[in-house]
Design a protein around this ligand. Structure first.
Ligand SMILES: Cc1ncc(COP(=O)(O)O)c(C=O)c1O
Length: 388
């Protein structure tokens, strides 16, 4: 079966993990910081904090961004549920705004209209869907006018570039950016996530929250009478200053991630090349078209998504997916709009006609570094036969 997405592991990756296993430090060793420095350098941020998953990265980012009971995030309904769930973990609410049909990203126009209707939004969360950057200057402007902060969910977008030329993750228009290293993403760590920021106070807060809320670096100690003896800090002493979590990532995962990061540009360039081959074929077909074909130079190409006019063909989406499966081709829908899930069904939110329209036609087809030409041809032939 050709999956819709898959990681690439080579001998260097294996040796990088073996090296960590032999080093003696499996967690809380030096490789975590090495990875954080490498990511910061790649995306152009001052700081990075690596954690155990993208979901946990979102949870910490929202907590530091001030999401709590009585406060709300505003995000796109076309994303993975984790974008919304992490706000719920903080006790906050989630509101959804419609997408721009051209980008499938949060629509700045819909955002402007909706943000004036609700007064408890303190975080706006653009999601760079399938790896295409959102219109960040417009979103930042709206956030500034509403006293909200921006936290980017860039789980799909490590290696993507804004029109300004800066990398997603540089936080040029946000307080924090979150990445995921789940195996189908740009690089794999098994599980893992990173938060990047340029704000030192945010960075230090994230470090504490990652590890139980215990003081880190040269944080001021609160209970000085038990922290110090004769003016010197007691050597055993640490203090938990607020309720944090164990969201630490291991050195084993970071060893793999560093090795993968060194291949990121190669991964993206191959994905782009494959996407352009698909574009050429699918743009000729009459009953379907690819999203994002105009913006290949900016995207990290996490997914290749088609919009299919099921009204014009003789099979529906379930039948098409089953026919593809019979031919050894995997496909998936990204995503069921979050408000369609039972848990979120009663969320009071704005209308999202564009998200509904997009969802009714969406199907992701195989795109990954190791996709062979013969496999890609097989996918294209199957679409010529089944969709026309
Ligand atoms: C848009 C988006 N946000 C957040 C996440 C959560 O990341 P993780 O699986 O690393 O927890 C994902 C992962 O699928 C995602 O696609």
């Amino acid at each position: 079966m050709i999956p819709y997405g898959k990681h690439h592991i080579d001998e260097d990756d294996i040796q990088a993990v073996v090296k960590v296993l032999k080093s003696g430090a499996l967690t809380q060793g030096p490789v975590v910081e090495e990875f954080e420095i490498a990511i910061s350098k790649y995306v152009g941020s001052k700081f990075a904090v690596a954690v155990s998953s993208g979901t946990n990265a979102l949870h910490l980012a929202y907590k530091v961004g001030g999401v709590k009971s009585g406060r709300s995030i505003l995000t796109s309904p076309i994303t993975f549920v984790a974008t919304a769930n992490a706000a719920k973990y903080c006790g906050g609410d989630v509101n959804f705004v419609d997408i721009d049909p051209k980008t499938i990203n949060l629509s700045p126009n819909a955002l402007t209209k909706f943000i004036n209707e609700i007064n408890n939004v303190n975080v706006i969360v653009p999601v760079h869907f399938a790896g295409l950057p959102c219109d960040m200057p417009a979103i930042k402007n709206i956030a500034d006018n509403s006293n909200a902060v921006v936290i980017e969910d860039a789980s799909h977008a490590l290696g993507a570039i804004y029109p300004s030329g800066k990398y997603v993750g540089s936080c040029e228009n946000s307080l924090m950016t979150v990445f995921s290293f789940h195996p189908v993403k740009s690089i794999a760590a098994g599980e893992g996530g990173v938060i990047t920021t340029n704000d030192e106070t945010v960075y230090r807060h994230l470090l504490r929250l990652r590890s139980h809320g215990i003081n880190k670096l040269d944080d001021q100690l609160i209970l000085k009478d038990q922290a110090f003896s004769n003016g010197q800090k007691n050597p055993w002493y640490y203090e938990m200053q607020e309720l944090g979590f164990n969201y630490r990532i291991t050195d084993i995962q970071c060893g793999l991630a560093i090795s993968q990061l060194s291949k990121l540009d190669k991964f993206i360039s191959k994905r782009r090349q494959l996407a352009k081959i698909y574009d050429e074929e699918f743009l000729k077909m009459s009953n379907c078209y690819p999203i994002h074909s105009q913006n290949r130079e900016l995207s990290s190409h996490h997914l290749y998504v088609l919009q299919i006019d099921f009204d014009k063909i003789s099979i529906n989406r379930a039948e098409l997916m089953n026919e593809l499966k019979k031919r050894g081709i995997g496909s998936q829908v990204h995503y069921l709009p979050i408000t369609n899930h039972p848990y979120y069904k009663n969320t009071v939110t704005s209308l999202q006609p564009e998200a509904a329209k997009y969802y009714s036609k969406a199907l992701s087809i195989p795109l990954f570094y190791d996709l062979q030409s013969s496999e890609q041809e097989k996918v294209i032939s199957a679409f010529l036969e089944l969709v026309g």
